[in-house]
Ligand binder design. Structure first.
Ligand SMILES: [Zn+2]
Length: 352
């Protein structure tokens, strides 16, 4: 099973409903994006190639070579056009809905590796870029993009390279694909990168939050914050080697509450359906300031017990994957590498 086939968004919404956290009146179904809106960032030939791939369920060699569709871990799948167009539509709707202020959670978004004319890292369109463009076209000129996915948010950073309106901040595992986002990479000045070592724990995320991320945001006083809240930095994720509990994600979300009049939170990576679903459901509760009870409701437990996971860890899932939303905290020592990266992040200039 390809990582993309893991049921992530449906698990999150099913869990939220089963916990009694998602009344119908606050739920909106993501619409497919308008083609013209997508072409603000993406190449028309590339988008046409995605559409062709969906229609034919195959990819011509020329499209594969030029657009990396059906290559490098970007498989042709049944909804290779409609699915990315729908997450882009959802994220752009989220940004439009918040133009006058507000908070929207769009767990289907977060495809931060997408390039104007190329698929990358299971990302076909770049919905964070399209959402932020919606804000900019709505008149905003001071946006912070914060990315806590285990992988560097390279596509978003490069899209806003040198654009003073958007500061991108990415926390990610060092030495992991796409191998960009070193601490000294500032993309022309408007990016901060916080690469972290294997085993990154909750205490270390808290350190970065308070010693680097919140000071940066406080200094900038953004009109809007876009949080890419990938769940692949969790300990149980099969694709990365970081060791967060979902308390770290909730703490980041809580810390952002009220720092800007607009907040859009998306999903991102995350390939263990139990931990992704629990994490993003807990993010929704946190955004709504709903206390997370120590035990799942019977309906939520049934949602979790109904999942399957074709990896070794899925053969013998621990009981708390069914009976809790919130993990046990995974605190630990704050290593020197973390303190160093926080210091570098706040340096005015790197050559100072
Ligand atoms: Zn990722």
């Amino acid at each position: 099973m390809h990582p993309l086939a893991v049921p992530r968004v449906s698990t999150c919404t099913d869990l939220c409903r089963a916990m009694g956290w998602l009344p119908d009146e606050v739920f909106r179904t993501a619409p497919m994006a308008e083609l013209a809106d997508v072409l603000r960032f993406h190449d028309p030939d590339y988008v046409a190639a995605l559409r062709r791939a969906e229609a034919t369920q195959s990819v011509a060699e020329a499209d594969r070579d030029r657009f990396r569709i059906g290559a490098e871990g970007n498989p042709v799948y049944r909804e290779i056009y409609r699915r990315p167009m729908t997450s882009a539509g959802g994220v752009m709707l989220a940004c439009r809905l918040t133009l006058d202020g507000g908070v929207v959670h769009c767990p289907g978004g977060g495809t931060h590796h997408g390039r104007p004319a190329r698929a990358s890292g299971f990302c076909y369109l770049n919905d964070p870029v399209l959402g932020i463009l919606t804000w900019l076209e709505g008149g905003l000129d001071n946006v912070v993009y914060l990315d806590i996915d285990a992988h560097h948010g390279d596509g978003v950073q490069d899209a806003f390279h040198d654009d003073r309106r958007v500061l991108t901040i990415s926390v990610h595992e060092e030495g992991r694909w796409p191998y960009t986002g070193r601490a000294d990479d500032r993309a022309g000045g408007e990016a901060r990168n916080l690469p972290v070592p294997r085993g990154f724990n909750d205490s270390e995320m808290r350190w970065l939050l308070h010693q680097a991320i919140l000071p940066l945001i406080g200094e900038r006083r953004p009109q809007a914050i876009f949080l890419q809240c990938g769940a692949d930095a969790l300990e149980e994720d099969p694709l990365a080697r970081l060791s967060l509990s979902n308390n770290a994600h909730f703490e980041v979300v809580r810390a952002l509450d009220g720092l800007a009049p607009r907040l859009v939170v998306t999903g991102g990576g995350g390939y263990n359906p139990y931990t992704v679903g629990r994490c993003w459901a807990g993010v929704w509760a946190t955004l709504n300031r709903i206390p997370i009870p120590p035990r799942t409701t019977p309906a939520a437990e049934a949602v979790l017990r109904g999942l399957t996971y074709n990896r070794a860890a899925g053969r013998n899932p621990p009981e708390h994957w069914f009976t809790t939303i919130q993990d046990q905290p995974r605190e630990g020592p704050v290593r020197d590498a973390i303190k160093r990266v926080a210091e570098v992040t706040l340096l005015e200039r790197l050559d100072a």
